[in-house]
Design a protein around this ligand. Sequence first.
Ligand code: MAN
Length: 557
Amino acid sequence: MRKLNTFLLIGTAVGSVIVAESTGPRGVGPEFAKFYKSDGTFTCISNPSHHINFSQINDDYCDCPDGSDEPGTSACAHLSALSPSSPEERSPLALPGFYCNNKGHRPGYIPFTYVNDGVCDYDLCCDGSDEWESAGGIVCENKCKEIGKEWRKQDEQRKKALRSGQKARKELVRQSSRLRKEIEDGIGVLQIEIRTLELKVGDQERQLADVERSEKARLVKGPAKGGRISVLANLAKGRIEELRTALIDVRSQRDTALERVQELEAILYKFQEEYNPNFNDEGVKRAVRSWEEFVVRKNANPDVDRAAQDRDLDEISKPDDKENGIRWEEWEGEELGDTDVLYKFEEYLPKPLRTWIDNKLRDLRVFMVQNGLLADAHHSSTSDSKAVTQAREALDAARNDVNSRKSQLTNHQEDLTKDYGVDDVFRALKGQCFSKDSGEYIYELCWLGGVTQKPKKGGANTGLGNFVSIDKIFVDDEIPSDGKGLGSGDHVALRYEGGNHCWNGPSRSTLVVLGCAEKDEIWKVMEQEKCVYRMEVGTPAVCDSADEEKPRGKDEL
Ligand code: MAN
């Protein structure tokens, strides 16, 4: 079958066939018939200065530079070699081709090169009129009746599919608009929540500052139970116990020493009385003299009143109990700091005055702490007090709440500015995935997500790109008979880029070109060049409601 790239069949409404009878010379379509009114001369259509004899029309000789004198032969077919390569360029040919009337089907134009080439081109010329010369004895019988019937059947199916695609698209658009509305509403809610939470953060900040100020104003506390007085009392009690024990020991040693001194003094008194002074022993005489001097010195400094001293020592040595000494229990567990005592006195004042004094005292303390006049209870402790920790945690939680709402808000706002295609239609499809088994791989496409190549024999998946943008491209294809193809014209195309890096090549990328279909389906996957992929995909998302009136491909013109 020939490729029908540039030649057209003419038809419009569902089930109807326009039978356009040509009234001019062979191969002239009805829209050009007006140029072929016989009045002896013919003016080349695109070259009005060029006149020829009317008999030169279809004489199998190319006279006009635009080929318009040979509508029914292939004599000017060589001009089609100069056909434009893009829709913007103009063809030198004045006519689109040889007109086939195709009665019973759709009329159409066939390339001049196909005229009388010995091949029946039923796809374009079902009536066989292109082979009017029966070149090489070929006879192309008119098959328009059956071809037309089959075409109308398929056309009806295509149109049905198109209608249901359009219906599905309308539903997608409805869903998208609902989703958009949800996001818009969400933005409103988030804005209110953020304002409320910001007030809460302000409250929490004030509460934390308050608690921190109170903490700062507190004096350094003792390590464990009780305040400084309690600690001091404990230390003093222990120390006094030690001293008392030592005193009792020393007193007992003193008493022993005194007993020995008395015993020695008695020996020496006896020696003084009983020694013989006439016995001229110098050593003895010197010892007696020293003793006598000692007795003189002793009498000059009599012993303290030992009885009184002992009474005192007895008193001191008694243990502390409820009747005697210090009542330690009165000091133990004392929690008040020195300045706290001051605060106690506030309790006796009327509340307004108490609050005023309290604030003044707090300010004074903070001032003293800040100026190094008072220890900073807050910073001297290794960790925050429970109250500060709780206040800080509450503030952090409130701030986290605000931040998370703000990031949701930014996401929502950005989302509303994103391109989701005409009528926002891809919003409803976003994230939905579907796949196709093709060769060694399963290819998966996720709307506005990623394209993945999954090896059927196992192994790692390969990313063929992530969604980047929605584009439009021109495609010059014919639609296959099953309808699963793009057709000629502008098509919505999604660009997926930045996939897995290709060895010795670029990052993988995929162009996803879309055609109208009843449901999402990957029609074709091609690797056009190494690691550059193209997918042709059917989806209701691109079933334009104007499509029913508008032809999908050139073959439907
Ligand atoms: C894999 C697949 C192929 C690709 C090569 C490039 O085999 O992704 O599509 O051509 O890598 O090395």
